[in-house]
Design a protein around this ligand. Structure first.
Ligand SMILES: [Zn+2]
Length: 285
């Protein structure tokens, strides 16, 4: 019997390690700038037809900041020091989302990011992507209504084993997020380490969750996030083979041979103030 609490706790512990080690790395030194449509205040992309860029061209484009969230709730006495990195208190979350809006950020979705990275398609001014991992219910009850106040959209990386369990989103809630214009994407069946996938794991952790999420949303599932942010180069062709357009890790260096499958995100820590988040966004991408 799988204990979801221990899975999540393990995810947090490992994520913390991954993110922490990345935090000591130098920020990217990409010199090109994001091309923007300064008049646009919506999340609509002006699509430019263009040929697919090379990996070197993709790497050379300025990275779009991408934030990763888990639980949005107030801290409890029994939350561990490490867990609090993954739990953003409600008032703090609201303050951070307001800060992003007040600072002029516009949320974008994975198709826009993909078009930008591969063809140089224009993005709104100050683009940012908000992502939520692990299917936690408070992402639907707390985060989503807050994002709506500012016209923000987000990406929800769903771990399908937990759908409908207590404190996790159910099918109807996931469908609603999708219907409202957010993107539902895959985060495996039960959060196994991608680096250890072998044999039947590809079916269990990737193919079946994709099918389930496509049944729920009625849309193609084309994006993936690595559990714990962990990936290895050997596994990346398996994602291409299955039609994924891009995959998201945490803050490690991208694979120069496959930048679309190793897109970087930073974890917005529960300890961070809105000011700290603002600085981290500027320094990490
Ligand atoms: Zn996760």
């Amino acid at each position: 019997m799988l204990n979801i609490f221990s899975v999540t706790a393990a995810a947090c512990a490992l994520l913390f390690t991954a993110c922490n080690s990345a935090a000591t790395k130098q920020p990217a030194t990409d010199s090109s700038s994001v091309s923007t449509t300064t008049t646009s205040t919506t999340t609509q992309t002006v699509k430019k037809p263009g040929k697919m860029g090379t990996n070197a061209e993709i790497i050379a484009r300025k990275q779009v900041p991408i934030l990763c969230y888990h639980q949005i709730r107030d801290w409890r006495a029994k939350d561990s020091k490490t867990a609090k990195d993954y739990i953003v208190p409600i008032a703090s979350f609201k303050e951070k989302i307001k800060m992003l809006s007040d600072s002029g950020y516009h949320t974008i979705l994975p198709d826009q990011l993909y078009d930008y990275l591969t063809t140089g398609a224009a993005l709104p001014s100050k683009p940012i992507m908000l992502t939520f991992d692990d299917t936690d219910l408070d992402q639907f009850t707390i985060a989503n209504p807050e994002l709506k106040k500012y016209g923000f959209k987000a990406v929800y990386f769903i771990m399908t084993v937990s759908i409908g369990r207590p404190n996790y989103m159910n099918k109807e809630q996931i469908k609603q997020l999708s219907d409202e214009g957010n993107v539902v994407a895959s985060h495996t069946w039960d959060h196994h380490n991608f680096k250890k996938f072998a044999g039947k794991d590809w079916e269990t952790q990737i193919d079946k969750p994709t099918k389930k999420l496509e049944e729920i949303t009625g849309k193609k599932i084309e994006y993936f996030a690595y559990p714990f942010g962990l990936w290895n180069a050997q596994g990346l062709p398996e994602l291409h083979k299955r039609g994924f357009k891009a995959a998201f890790q945490l803050a490690e260096k991208r694979d120069p041979n496959d930048p679309l499958m190793t897109i970087r995100r930073i974890l917005d820590s529960g300890y961070w103030s809105a000011k700290t988040l603002s600085n981290s966004i500027k320094n990490s991408f």
